[in-house]
Design a protein around this ligand. Sequence first.
Ligand SMILES: Cc1cc2nc3c(=O)[nH]c(=O)nc-3n(C[C@H](O)[C@H](O)[C@H](O)COP(=O)(O)O)c2cc1C
Length: 359
Amino acid sequence: MDRKKPENPAKKAFRFGNFEVFPNVYLSPMAGVTDLAFRRLLRSLAGGRVGLMVSEFVSTEAIRNTRTHELKGLRFDADERPFCVQLFGGDPARFAEAVRIVSDLGIDAVEINAGCPAPKMVRKGGGSQLLKDLPRLARLVAEARRACPLPLSLKVRTGWDESRPTLDECVRIACGEGLDLLVVHGRTRAQGYAGAADWGAIARAKRLATELRPEMPVVGNGDVRTVEEAVMRLETSGVDGVSSGRGAIHNPWLLAQIADAWEGGAPRVPSPEEQRALFADYERFLEEDGFTPSGRLGRLKLVAARLMKAVPGGASARADLLHAADPEAFRALLDDFFGKLAEKGTAGFEPGGLDDLNG
Ligand SMILES: Cc1cc2nc3c(=O)[nH]c(=O)nc-3n(C[C@H](O)[C@H](O)[C@H](O)COP(=O)(O)O)c2cc1C
């Protein structure tokens, strides 16, 4: 009798309008992180098997006031597909105008940001401020839908704060206006990025969406750092896909590991040499993208601050790296630390052991 375990049904593709997203775990957009250089890094680690790539949010005001080719946030590689541009704004008519403009840039999809919690941005009426004014969110979604010839998604949080859950209403808006995807970050605006994401709320949103429109895909987001966590969330919440933000900085191999696992292989554990090489690749991509030495150092530190927490014994090297004065000093510290690790034959990378994704 064949006792082979059936292939896990969570490891699949989901349909986003006219294309499929496979693997169904992808990088969540992060302003100041997931720019062209970081996305190139993750795509190169995963051999291009990254599901879906989403831009950092781009404000509709910037699109109104600047020529699109001058906007860094709108740049993408020709082979970076499917590629989705995420837009931030609070005015329905201006949002629709921005949707029309970006839809002409050769991209594959557009996403409406109704989750950004930053006070400076919220004051402009977009992001999670839209969760405080659901009639305006509904108008904005309807106008964006009319303006958008491409697959269109809505990304929301579970509500403004605990006393004002808005997720059911957002599901109704997304299903009623014929959107192609709903992405739910399982925190309220008041939570920011603290505390655990509420996957129970995400699961309920998926169930409601299925009742209202059975074919509506829902992506869940919050606290996913490893292949095991992604599989567990897919299995227990019933969502069609998962996106990972901070977890993919702690573990930039996440998308590669997911792709390995989804194709039936064993997810790779990066060796010390591969961990060292990641920083060299990232620095090269940053340089290609026009980053100055100090700009490069800032981004390298941002990744080191998170990644080194997952490297066993990396705590003191992490502290030294964060104090490096320039890219040369940073490189020397990396060579020293990972050289010794390789000599000792110490392998290992443990992003699942982290209890706090903040920093
Ligand atoms: C530094 C930073 C920048 C972010 N920028 C965006 C953004 O531009 N658009 C967006 O939809 N979400 C943004 N997010 C939210 C993430 O996409 C994600 O929803 C959130 O971090 C929860 O997922 P995680 O627990 O996997 O990090 C940002 C998060 C961080 C930490």
